[in-house]
Design a protein around this ligand. Structure first.
Ligand code: COA
Length: 358
């Protein structure tokens, strides 16, 4: 047997240099191109973060308008494409459908093309699942506002558009997570943007990465009332099950995205009602934190982004089965920026494995 060290799961292994974001696990900070997450959410719209990721700086008003227009045109083009192709690619699962939709992108597709297609494909999937008709995109609207319109077929209130925009900003980029890494591996081979996005979205579909928010709501439903939170969590841990929305590979404190989403949700609920669900969620979080720190005293397992993602997307009346696809609608921005960075500076990513076979 070789004495070579194997880094299972690549935890803590530095595999590239990036200027895009810094995930500070010990202090619970997320920095995107020098800007803390807190300085971006509810201050800069999704289009602004897209510019920050792609251009390296926050946009001036002209660049912001241009991006808004490009995204609007991309939604219209995606709508035209999917009107004829959607039936052929639609599956029972939103993420499988999104993956197939992204593979329709031409080899010279831009990040805006991909974001427009992700938004319209996700909305089309929801409308098909609910037996509704996809409305035509309104290219003059900000991306989050129109995405919510397409998803819900309702009149979108400014507060609801702000909440979705805050969510898209929060989850647009997050270091070398599993799906971003997958997208970079594809990019490192010289594959095109569509291929890298398909790799990213496929990797995001697993429950340990992007799939926790739906199960978080199932858990809240099962708990039912704050006073039952502790007994529920204890029962789950005794049965050897994981508490969804808790724990993170990098953060050793509460995920900073949980804080900003909780704040955005509070601001939304102050105007719209619905605080009972948040109260229940906080009770479950507190019980889970307490019991997990008892069970794993050396491991700090706190709420992650998906815990509050669940509440945000539920408040916006998005079906649970589409939660991960909506997450992807934002994260495609991060994948696209990593794609460009990898193509500009990266080498072929090709690690090795320790052979332990016969
Ligand atoms: N509930 C119960 N136990 C958990 C847990 C959770 N949410 N998260 C971690 N643990 C346990 C693990 O099972 C492991 O126990 P073991 O040593 O007895 O096998 C121990 O805590 C240490 O796990 P850790 O090394 O921190 O996990 P990881 O870095 O491999 O995994 C996650 C990180 C996110 C995959 C993990 O915390 C998890 O599965 N969370 C729930 C799913 C989720 O919310 N995913 C979204 C992430 S943004």
């Amino acid at each position: 047997m070789s004495s070579a060290q194997v880094f299972e799961g690549l935890a803590g292994v530095l595999v590239a240099r990036t200027e895009l974001s810094d995930v500070r696990g010990d202090t619970g900070q997320l920095v995107v191109r020098g800007h803390s997450l807190e300085a971006l959410v509810s201050v800069v719209p999704f289009e602004g973060v897209l510019a920050l990721l792609l251009d390296g700086a926050l946009p001036d008003p002209a660049r912001l308008t241009l991006l808004e227009r490009e995204l609007g045109q991309a939604r219209v083009a995606a709508d035209a494409l999917l009107r004829s192709r959607f039936e052929a690619i639609a599956s029972k699962d939103a993420m499988t459908t999104l993956r197939s939709a992204l593979s329709l992108l031409p080899s010279d597709a831009t990040p805006c093309d991909a974001l427009g297609l992700a938004a319209v494909a996700s909305a089309a999937w929801i409308q098909k699942a609910c037996g509704g008709q996809l409305p035509a995109p309104e290219p003059g609207l900000p991306h989050a506002h129109d995405l919510l319109r397409l998803l819900s077929r309702r009149e979108v209130t400014p507060a609801a558009a702000r909440l979705l925009d805050a969510y898209l900003v929060t989850v647009a980029e997050h270091g070398f997570n599993a799906s971003t890494f997958a997208a970079r591996v594809a990019a490192s081979t010289g594959a095109d943007l569509a291929a890298a996005l398909v790799a990213g979205v496929a990797t995001l579909s697993g429950p340990l990465h992007g799939g926790a928010p739906g199960p978080v709501l199932d858990m809240l439903d099962a708990v039912g009332a704050p006073e039952r939170a502790l007994a529920y969590v204890q029962g789950e841990l005794l049965a050897g099950r994981r508490i969804m929305g808790m724990g993170h590979r990098v953060y050793r404190v509460r995920d900073p995205r949980a804080f900003v989403l909780e704040r955005a949700l509070l601001a939304y609920h102050n105007g719209e009602g619905g605080l009972a669900r948040l109260t229940l969620a906080r009770a479950v979080e507190a019980a889970a934190q307490r019991e997990l720190s008892r069970k794993y005293p050396d491991r700090s397992l706190r709420a992650n982004v998906e815990f509050y993602t669940a509440l945000v997307l539920e408040a916006l009346q998005i079906p649970r089965s589409a939660f991960t696809a909506i997450f992807a609608c934002a994260r495609v921005a991060g994948y696209a920026a990593h794609y460009a960075e990898q193509r500009a500076s990266g080498r072929l990513i090709r690690p090795s494995a320790l052979y332990v076979g016969a």
